[in-house]
Design a protein around this ligand. Structure first.
Ligand SMILES: Nc1ncnc2c1ncn2[C@@H]1O[C@H](COP(=O)(O)OP(=O)(O)OP(=O)(O)O)[C@@H](O)[C@H]1O
Ligand SMILES: [Mg+2]
Length: 265
């Protein structure tokens, strides 16, 4: 599969601030989901988080984003402790249906959140247009959500986060509802955005191949309450290509190690 956007010049200059998570624990009432999670995300890294269903991956992402209070520990972005929702962070979820306002066009959907930030109308539109181009959707600027495929709607969700000036994308199973081919194209899009814009990405996924293919490191969560049982460095360099990378012996080694840990072997 040849993707022109993936061939664009690589800009490895990271724009994202570092994220540091120390001793994070999260309980719902007496039910302890996460216990003593330590995690760092360096500027410009893609870090995948994997673990069995129900282990606490979504809870961890919500905790990182400031959407939910921590029971213990802290999340620091740059030099700021996270105490609530942060502009630096953009969230993209699995379910793209309902993520756009149906009465607004694509460009209006991307520009709308900027209104709350006090960005003037002309600037909102210019930023939205640029971010739609970043995700390859400039042609769909005036389309309504029902005219877009699932993959296109997920691109809009990414463009919206970029327009809001998020430098750290938190993605929760972002390609889980897409068909196999679209999923591969969007994996490459996110890799390409990281390379071009210098953002950091934290990707939660059930798909171990996807985790290894896209990331610099794979963080494996397991046990109840969940803790980090392994951090697998992916020695594949920054250039990734679906067929070549997945045929690399280092890819298979990393994939098998992660798989064993998830299966508790
Ligand atoms: N708001 C909540 N109140 C109480 N319990 C919750 C809440 N949200 C999640 N849980 C519980 O916390 C645990 C972890 O849930 P979470 O959604 O984080 O898992 P997950 O790893 O994302 O699962 P999946 O892979 O299925 O998406 C589950 O046992 C879930 O029932
Ligand atoms: Mg989840």
């Amino acid at each position: 599969m040849k993707d022109e956007r993936h061939m664009s010049a690589v800009n490895t200059e990271a724009t994202a601030p570092p994220m540091r998570v120390t001793n994070l624990s999260k309980s719902y009432g007496a039910f302890e989901v996460l216990n003593g999670i330590d995690l760092t995300v360096d500027p410009g890294e893609i870090v995948a988080i994997v673990g069995p269903s129900g282990v606490g991956k979504t809870t961890l992402l919500r905790s990182l984003s400031g959407l939910t209070d921590l029971t213990a520990g802290e999340v620091v972005i740059g030099s700021e402790k996270v105490t609530g929702p942060v502009e630096e962070i953009g969230l993209v979820f699995q379910d793209y249906r309902g993520s756009m306002f149906p009465w607004m066009t694509t460009i209006q959907n991307v520009a709308f959140p900027l209104e709350g930030k006090g960005v003037p109308k002309a600037d909102r539109e210019e930023t939205a247009r640029k971010c739609l181009a970043d995700v390859g959707l400039e042609q769909a600027a005036d389309s309504y959500p029902w005219e877009l495929s699932g993959g296109m709607q997920q691109r809009v969700a990414i463009a919206r986060a970029l327009a809001y000036d998020a430098h750290i994308l938190l993605m929760d199973e972002p390609f889980g509802s897409l068909d196999a081919q679209t999923k591969l194209v969007l994996e490459d899009l996110v890799i390409d955005l990281q390379r071009r814009l210098g953002i950091s990405v934290i990707l939660v996924t059930h798909d171990i191949d996807e985790a290894v293919y896209m990331s610099d490191r794979v963080v494996v969560l397991n046990n109840k309450p969940a803790s980090v049982v392994d951090v697998v460095h992916v020695p594949l360099g920054k250039e990734r290509e679906q067929i070549a990378t997945k045929s690399d012996p280092n890819f298979m080694k990393a994939r098998n190690r992660v798989m064993r840990e998830i299966m508790g072997q």
